[in-house]
Write a protein that binds this ligand. Structure first.
Ligand SMILES: [Zn+2]
Ligand SMILES: [Zn+2]
Length: 271
């Protein structure tokens, strides 16, 4: 996910090969990359991180347990450690990590704040815990995982151990789980929600969207912009604070304030 704010550009996770991400960045804009923040050590989140840091000079920001668990694949010159219980800055953006329940060393989500714009990112989580909901409450934009539909997962050819891992409390978030988080955030004022990290096998974008939309409708929460980033596809640019829908799809480089682009990683089930 690419974030652009006040002249600073950074990625949250880099799960595609570095060359692929570089190509995408070049297509968007020719400006450099300042930092790469990692949520956890699974390959679908860090595969391109070190290579990209070396190629762009971006600072790689990671917490200590993630670094230890990742080992040498994270060897990059500009490596900095953040503490998961403290906010830090990336350029003008205040970044607050928060804990996620996932089977990794110390997985985190992030709240990004620039001025009065707030974005929460929560990907790879077995359930939307109170901590997650607290951090997502009323943010301008909530970017959250909607990994699987329980029925599709049930009938899919995945082996049982993998199915159990995915539905476990430290696995991935279902469409229903994402819907609950969306309702909680929207009840507190969130008006834009983006669903990411959909499984190619155990989910369908319209199904994820409909599940979340139905839950919002049921609570009388209307007028909420909801988008789904399909697996292996790029998402739209979002600009926060909220702008009219016509202005929301801004080309990279033209965005003011904090803009966020989410791009799904190639192997949404792998980690
Ligand atoms: Zn993942
Ligand atoms: Zn993971």
């Amino acid at each position: 996910m690419l974030v652009q704010a006040g002249g600073t550009r950074f990625l949250i996770d880099a799960g595609l090969p570095a060359e692929t991400i570089l190509r995408e960045l070049d297509r968007d804009a020719t400006r450099g990359l300042d930092a790469i923040l990692l949520t956890h050590e699974h390959d679908d989140h860090l595969k391109g991180a070190a290579g990209l840091a070396r190629a762009t000079g971006a600072t790689l920001l990671v917490n200590e347990p993630t670094l230890k668990a990742a080992g040498t694949p994270l060897a990059a010159p500009g490596l900095e450690i953040f503490s998961s219980d403290r906010s830090f800055r990336v350029g003008p953006v205040e970044v607050t990590p928060f804990a996620l329940p996932h089977d990794a060393a110390e997985p985190v989500g992030f709240v990004l704040v620039l001025g009065n714009a707030r974005v929460a990112v929560a990907c790879d989580l077995g359930e939307a815990t109170d901590t997650v909901l607290e951090h997502a409450r009323g943010v301008d934009l909530l970017i959250i995982e909607a990994n699987y539909d329980l029925r599709l997962l049930g009938v899919s050819a995945y082996p049982w151990f993998l199915k159990n891992r995915i539905i476990g409390l430290h696995g991935h978030l279902s469409n229903d789980g994402a819907a609950r988080a969306a309702v909680s955030a929207a009840s507190a004022g969130t008006r834009a929600i983006c669903l990411i990290h959909l499984s190619e096998v155990n989910n369908l974008a319209p199904l994820a969207r409909d599940t979340v939309r139905a839950a919002l409708d049921e609570e009388g929460l209307s007028g909420i912009r909801l988008e789904v980033v399909r697996p292996n596809a790029g998402g739209a640019w979002w600009t926060v604070p909220r702008t009219p829908p016509d202005d929301a799809r801004m080309p990279a480089g033209a965005a003011s304030g904090a803009a966020v682009m989410s791009r799904a990683s190639a192997f949404a089930d792998a980690g």
